[in-house]
Design a protein around this ligand. Sequence first.
Ligand code: HEC
Length: 116
Amino acid sequence: MRVWIKAVCFASCLSVGVEAEDIAKLYQQDCALCHESGVLAPSSKSIAIAVKKKYPKKEDFVAFVFDFIQHPSKEKSLFGDIAYEKFGEMTSQDGVAPKETLKALAVYLHDTYAKF
Ligand code: HEC
């Protein structure tokens, strides 16, 4: 029962008011955790550059990231072998936050790191 309440809170608390500020915070918790230093994963800037090169249009960029973070795979990976040898496969973020939050994180990655 306790676990259930916690699970419900986790999902609903995160989806309440997905404001820009909250998304910035969530990006720090959910994504920057690995993508900050370039030690655990390629840096936010480098993934944004790679995705933008392949998908210059914002909607395509967001669609790719939204899918990839839920279903990462070597076949989809733009970095492929290089990333897999150095960092391994990204942990799926499916279920970590509601889908609209994951989408907002993909938009955040674009708007923050792919503006050049
Ligand atoms: C547990 C660590 C971890 C977390 C948390 C994480 N990532 Fe990753 N991510 C990785 C690793 C490792 C790779 C390298 C594998 C690859 O590129 O396929 C990666 C690769 C990527 C890529 C490059 C995809 C490609 O084509 O190679 C994108 C984009 C990405 N992450 C976005 C995100 C976003 C957005 C979040 C937050 C929702 C996130 N990641 C959270 C570890 C993480």
